[in-house]
Design a protein around this ligand. Structure first.
Ligand code: UDP
Ligand code: MG
Length: 314
């Protein structure tokens, strides 16, 4: 097949401290790629790794040549930013589609053929990998992510179920994503928000062979709150609901206190005051917390800093 007829597809691999996994990841993915009809290029985005990921990449470049490119971010900006750095690079290269997957082989390369098939033959603009939870995922993580997706779907009105960042995106979607101005990015949410004809393919989450997951419970919690608030302002309604509840409680207490007063009694006790002060404090702090999150999001967006900085490329 001639060069011009082959469709170009970039495989974007965000990598943070993946020196051990990188070589085997590239090998295993290469083995699963269809031989005819496509021209594949790997784009590995080194997200400010502290280990020898970049040096490993330079070594691998010798055997992969043109089919391997690297982008080194100046520090660890997080997976979302690393993916966007790859997407932006692919867009500049004018490719027909991109595939985004983890560089630790937890996204099985065996799914790639069917992703490409559905994109190329059925004209789906987004083919997304949906996780089938398996024994390799911790119970805590499964419960936590199911909870996150149900809250997220209710609040944002986007249907996300067990989605992953394992996706194939057509060039029109890549273009849309690249044109979004916001800094607080949630890739899974954004690719659903964009729309277009999409389909899901289920895959089993594989066991991690090398290294460790970069997520702790608190980083996941922070990530979830960040994603929900960057997609919807509905949590602000909670503050209003809380205020309404507090108003009703206050009215009840005022009427009851006055009633007792005119009958010649006084409201009993220290405990009532203590409970009231606690409820008031809790409501005020909780509301301030929610508003604070939105103010900080605004602050970040207004500053308009870039999502990532590139230190080096190969
Ligand atoms: N990753 C990244 N930057 C980060 C954290 C993770 O680029 O700050 C990459 C990581 O190298 C891997 C992918 O994102 O390729 C998924 O990360 P991880 O395996 O830690 O997450 P999990 O699979 O446990 O959800
Ligand atoms: Mg992983």
């Amino acid at each position: 097949m001639t060069e011009g007829l082959r469709k170009s597809v970039d495989i974007i691999l965000p990598a943070y401290n993946e020196e051990l996994a990188l070589q085997s990841t590239l090998e295993k993915i290469s083995k699963e790629l269809p031989r005819d009809g496509y021209k594949f290029t790997f784009i590995v985005v080194d997200d400010g790794s502290e280990d020898k990921t970049w040096q490993e990449l330079l070594l691998l470049k010798e055997s992969y040549g043109e089919t391997l490119q690297g982008v080194k971010l100046s520090r660890n900006f997080g997976k979302e930013s690393a993916m966007f750095a790859g997407i932006s690079r692919a867009r500049d290269r004018g490719v027909d589609a991109v595939i985004i997957m983890d560089s630790d082989l937890q996204h099985p390369p065996s799914v790639l053929k069917s992703m490409l098939y559905h994109w190329d033959n059925d004209e789906f603009k987004i083919v997304q990998g949906v996780k089938k939870y398996s024994a390799s995922e911790s119970f805590c993580k499964v419960v936590f992510s199911s909870l996150f997706y149900s809250v997220f779907s209710k609040i944002s009105r986007l249907e996300l179920k067990a989605e992953s960042d394992f996706k194939l995106l057509d060039k029109v979607v890549v273009e849309c994503l690249s044109n979004l101005k916001e800094r607080n990015l949630f890739f899974r949410g954004l690719s659903s928000w964009i729309g277009y004809k999409s389909m899901s393919i289920e895959f089993d989450v594989q066991e991690r062979e090398y290294g460790d997951t970069k997520w702790s419970f608190f980083s996941l919690l922070k990530y979830s709150i960040g994603n929900i608030t960057s997609f919807s302002s509905r949590p602000l309604m909670l503050v209003l609901l809380l205020a309404l509840g507090y108003l009703l409680l206050s009215c009840y207490l005022i009427i009851k206190t006055l009633y007792l007063h005119f009958l010649g009694f006084n409201y009993q006790g220290y405990s009532t005051i203590l409970i009231l002060i606690s409820i008031t404090g809790m409501c005020v702090l909780f509301s301030m917390g929610i508003m604070g999150i939105y103010v900080s999001k605004l602050y970040e967006e207004v500053k308009g800093r870039p999502r990532y900085l590139i230190e080096d490329t190969i």
